[in-house]
Design a protein around this ligand. Structure first.
Ligand code: PAF
Length: 291
């Protein structure tokens, strides 16, 4: 497996693959890879001839109170996991290489999608994500890019950015990988005490309760929210931040509920803040739970 560190080498390697008739899959990451990332690489490897994994801790998406230096950096282990999952190359540039001329240009998706939910407590975060992903898309060229549905708002923002800026990149959302008890895999789960870990699956149970309201014909967002909040309230260790139902593409709440919907929850536990989400589709009076 190839390791690349410069933008020029990365772009040239993928151009050469496409010239040889091979399709390119891209899996952007900030490293600290776990099985959730592994599943993105496996999906990319199943659908594309060449899989490029990028490992870059992007300073632009960290806020003032967030500790960029404390973010885990585990490149050797990341390279091993990426290779085992089927990656062809890993691109791991330095900050100086990625932002060679600083950052006079920022990509900013409209605030309706970026100042809400996770963006409400992390101002500027999604501009940082949109900017680095736009740069990675420009460097990669024609490709399919794989993102986890776990960070659903990020996925929606990236999809919108890629469409608005006409990148020749098909953004592919991949289902959340869950433990047997429903807890979504996340590097943050490692911070949870045994007691917190036992309480954490309540997020997934809350989402299922919200989805049941829609599946039973409920079209009122407040009723869906109330069902989710009632389940979250059953765990005293869990302090809910938000529980919402939104349109999957715009992240606005339709009234009445209709189309591709996403239920999203966020909650603080003593040692970590967790997020999770679930899809439900309502079309012409029919409804389907997506995962
Ligand atoms: O999800 C992440 O790891 C990051 O936000 C991403 C998409 C790699 C951009 O830095």
């Amino acid at each position: 497996m190839k390791m690349l560190a410069t933008v020029a080498d990365f772009s040239a390697a993928l151009d050469a693959e496409r010239c040889a008739g091979r399709t390119v899959g891209l899996v952007p990451t900030m490293g600290a890879l776990h099985d959730g990332h592994g599943s993105l690489v496996e999906r990319a490897a199943a659908e594309c001839d060449v899989v490029a994994v990028t490992v870059f801790v992007n300073p632009l998406q960290f806020g003032a109170g967030e500790d960029l230096d404390a973010y885990p950096r585990t490149l050797d282990a990341d390279v091993k996991l990426a290779e085992q999952a089927g990656a062809t190359l890993v691109f791991a540039p330095t900050v100086a290489e990625m932002y060679r001329d600083g950052t006079a240009t920022t990509v900013s998706v409209a605030s309706g999608m970026t100042a809400v939910l996770e963006g409400a407590s992390r101002p500027g975060h999604f501009d940082g994500v949109a900017t680095v992903v736009a740069k990675l898309f420009a460097m990669t060229g024609r490709s399919r890019a794989y993102f986890g549905e776990k960070d659903f708002q990020q996925l929606a923002v990236v999809r919108r950015m890629a469409r608005d800026l006409s990148f020749p990149v098909e953004v592919v959302g991949c289902p959340t990988v869950r433990a047997d008890d429903g807890l979504a895999l996340s590097s943050r789960n490692a911070y949870l005490s045994d007691e917190e870990r036992a309480a954490a699956p309540v997020l997934h149970r809350a989402l299922r309760a919200g989805a049941e309201v829609v599946l039973a014909g409920g079209r009122d967002a407040a009723a869906v929210r109330a069902a989710m909040e009632a389940v979250l309230a059953t765990e005293s260790l869990v302090d809910p931040d938000y529980a919402v139902v939104v349109d999957a593409a715009t992240l606005a709440t339709p009234a009445p509920l209709d189309g591709d919907l996403r239920l999203l929850v966020a909650a603080r536990l003593p040692s970590a803040r967790l997020i999770d989400n679930l899809g439900v589709t309502v079309a012409d009076g029919m409804h389907r739970k997506d995962d």
